[in-house]
Design a protein around this ligand. Sequence first.
Ligand code: 0O2
Length: 222
Amino acid sequence: MTAETDMSMEVLMNSENPEKVLKNMQPFINLMMNYECALMEIETKLKVLNTEFALLHNRNPFESIKCRLKKPISIVEKMRKKKLDITIENIENNLTDVAGIRVICSFPEDIYTLSELLSKQDDIKVVCIKDYIRNPKPNGYRSLHLIVEVPIFLSNEKKIMKVEVQFRTIAMDFWASLDHKLKYKKDNLKHPEIVAQELKKCADTITAMDYKMQEIRNMLED
Ligand code: 0O2
């Protein structure tokens, strides 16, 4: 059991009417189950592409996949930030990253190959593309983000769910995790701007390395 489930259990136990609390929670639990199913659909699609690619080209286009569902507390925070009422409909219509998948590739070229193969599948609708690889953020952040809609088939209905798919190389992922730490530790640092500058330099070095490694890989394949 996680700390979060412990806490939810505590809220439930301390409630005067746990049945009512549970009943009110049911639509949210259903929604999260739908997002989880959507994650499974996209993860399977990517794994199928990886398996076929390995057979045809003798290598894997991605190294790993990480799936995550946004925590309820983060959903609430994001909805508050957007100044929206916290309803199931508002969550579905206004949040695009409740279900998130991170695909870690070895080479930048594989990111575009994989994302194109996924995007052209006829049950997938790409609703938004943010290409922070061709257009990096000023801090040096690089990744390709797709928001896709995918159908899930439940026992008596078909639902279309949104999933955010982030593609990045191993090096970009390494960089992003350090940058993520900076986001949370910034207030305790003496010179956060120096750390940010150093990180930006690392981002440029990493980009040069990613493309150099790809060049070498292409030479080996030729
Ligand atoms: P978490 O905890 O990773 O989910 P939106 O989500 O559309 O409301 P935004 O900022 O327009 O907000 O979306 P964008 O630019 O596509 O970024 C979404 C996610 O990309 C973020 O999710 C991060 O995971 C990642 N990301 C974007 N910019 C940066 C960055 O500068 N550094 C790092 N390390 N990650 C970044 P969340 O919701 O911020 O967080």
